[in-house]
Design a protein around this ligand. Structure first.
Ligand code: KIV
Length: 279
């Protein structure tokens, strides 16, 4: 099966098919996502928090996304791979943004890029799309601006901020974005935006009425435990299972229970005997 395209993603909305997007950063997470039938994989700058151990996504560099995205595109065949544009790599400077997006496409092999921002970044989105680079927009709580927002807060609860978000959604669609992530937006507002837009909305903390959902791999598997965002659901305590397995390994090495003959290799006793005599 060929890799999904942005046209397939639009068809999913048009056919009322719910869209799943999941982050992946390495061969293991990408293979698990593909095996589960995830159509869109996002190599997100959340890797700064869940892989690199930072407190925000701000320290992530373009080179980091390229490194991880190249792995994800190499080991997957069918999902559409979205490369995130990290802090200050997608700005109102369209020329610089084009250069950065081109690197993600050429060096990492992603099919499209995601960038944060609404109406103010629409001219940049337009320039990318005109250059042949598909863009997924990202509005609402845009984590790269967490310092400006003063924390990870729900956006658009008041009339003016809700209206601004609607303008942002309209602007990124008009600029040519093929989809838009709505992050931390009240569910009724996300519903209104989803009904209004022709392009798919992909929600994270934006309720059930979006055309699709995106989650962070490490959140849904409990591999990241510093905190659990309210919008995330833990499907398994994989981190807990891994911790107890490693604890057991440590105990078994200490006690001599591991390794057994089953994990060892044999050789002819006479050779060992000869070696002992020789020494
Ligand atoms: O970087 C990321 O993983 C994201 C999602 C949370 C939407 O932007």
């Amino acid at each position: 099966m060929p890799r999904l395209t942005i046209r397939d993603v639009q068809k999913m909305k048009d056919n009322g098919e719910r869209i799943t997007m999941l982050t992946a950063y390495d061969a293991m997470s990408a293979r698990i996502a593909e095996a589960a039938g995830v159509p869109l994989i996002l190599v997100g700058d959340t890797l700064g928090m869940v892989v690199q151990g930072h407190e925000s996504t701000i320290p992530v560099k373009l080179e980091h996304i390229i490194y991880h995205a190249e792995i994800v595109t190499r080991v997957t065949q069918t999902p559409l791979v979205v490369g995130d544009m990290p802090f200050m790599t997608a700005t109102t400077n369209a020329e610089k943004t084009l250069e950065n997006a081109a690197r993600l496409m050429q060096e990492a092999g992603v099919s499209c890029v995601k960038l944060e921002g609404g109406a103010f970044i629409a001219p940049t989105i337009k320039a990318l799309v005109q250059a042949g680079i598909p863009v997924m927009a990202h509005i609402g709580l845009t984590p790269q601006s967490v310092q400006q927002f003063g924390g990870f807060r729900v956006q658009g609860r008041e009339f003016d901020s809700a209206l601004q978000l609607i303008h942002d959604a309209d602007a990124v669609q008009a600029a040519g974005a093929f989809a838009v992530v709505l992050e931390l937006v009240p569910a009724p507002l996300a519903k209104l935006i989803t009904e209004r837009l022709k392009i798919p909305t992909i929600g994270i903390g934006a309720g059930r009425y979006c055309d699709g959902q995106v989650q962070v791999f490490h959140d849904i598997l409990t591999l990241f435990t510093a905190f659990l965002p309210r919008h995330a659901k833990r499907y398994v305590d994989a981190g807990g299972i891994m911790q107890s397995a490693v604890n057991q390994y440590v105990q078994e090495v200490k006690s001599g229970k591991f390794p057994t003959d089953d994990h060892s290799f044999k050789m002819d006793d006479t050779i060992i005997q000869k070696l002992r005599e020789e020494l």
